[in-house]
Write a protein that binds this ligand. Structure first.
Ligand code: ADP
Length: 255
């Protein structure tokens, strides 16, 4: 599926002279079993931009996201975060800049209490105690969980865990927040609260989702992946209006 078949206008790549928040060029990745999960993926996200990544199951979204802070490393291509190459010597800096929230909050919450989970990152950054408390308080406030500090993480509802997982990353004060399927398995009220939260966040955002209503509501720019390729990168409104093209790429048309 060559990228030249993209039917939509591309967002001008890195049009500004400033360094983009995320810069990905010709990234390819093959898993050890030989499965090619990313094929010449290129895009960039400017500082402050909110971009959504959509595509059917198996399109390569999670694989791509895991490259953005060096959990996976591509065999070919280039990734830069604020101009820094994603390579071993910069990983601590890059991981402080790129906050990654996994699909399953249980992969992110492993301490007995909410406070300890949210304090984990700042504690390992060697920050003083009062700053750790301040960061935990602020992160919990942003996700609307200010009263949950002393609660036991593993007793929370799924939606509450999702919010705490976001707070564990916000307490590191990243410049870029990357969320993998944040609205999956949330009930309507928790989903609505999450959509409002994403809308209000003043951060560079890259969000992978199947939730086309969330796309419509929160993101003016969308990147579509299919079978490891980026098949569209442009205005959500335009892409969402082509129902036939969406269906060809395994995406449900929002009503
Ligand atoms: P998405 O997030 O879009 O659902 P993924 O990035 O999870 O897609 O997967 C992309 C492709 O890579 C899929 O075909 C998936 O089966 C395959 N894949 C994912 N993880 C592994 C792995 N550890 N080993 C081999 N193949 C994998």
């Amino acid at each position: 599926m060559p990228v030249t078949h993209r039917p939509f206008e591309l967002v001008p790549p890195c049009a500004t002279t400033d360094v983009p928040a995320l810069f990905v060029k010709d990234l390819s990745f093959t898993y050890p079993d030989g499965h090619v999960a990313l094929k010449n993926v290129s895009f960039c996200v400017e500082h402050g931009e909110k971009v959504v990544l959509v595509g059917p199951n198996g399109a390569g979204k999670s694989t791509l996201i895991l490259h953005l802070n060096g959990i996976l490393q591509g065999q070919k291509g280039e990734i830069k975060v604020y101009g820094m190459e994603v390579e071993k010597k910069y990983l601590p800096l890059i991981r402080a800049q790129v906050g990654l929230v996994f699909q399953n909050p249980d992969d992110q919450l492993f301490s007995p209490t909410v406070f300890e989970d949210v304090a984990f990152g700042p504690l390992h950054m060697g920050l003083p105690e009062d700053e750790i408390h301040e960061r935990v308080g602020r992160a919990l406030q942003i996700v609307g969980m200010g009263l949950y500090k002393e609660r036991l993480s593993h007793h929370l509802s799924f939606g509450e865990k999702k919010r705490i997982a976001i707070a564990t990353v916000l307490s590191m004060q990243p410049s870029i927040l990357v969320l993998d399927e944040p609205s999956a398995n949330l009930d309507p009220r928790a989903r609505r609260a999450l959509i409002n939260l994403l809308g209000e966040m003043n951060l560079t955002l890259l969000v992978s989702t199947h939730d086309m209503l969330m796309v419509r509501e929160c993101f003016t720019r969308m990147i579509v992946m299919d079978d490891g390729w980026i098949v569209a990168d442009g205005l959500s409104e335009e892409i969402l209006s082509d129902h036939r093209w969406l269906a060809q790429h395994g995406l449900e048309v929002p009503c």
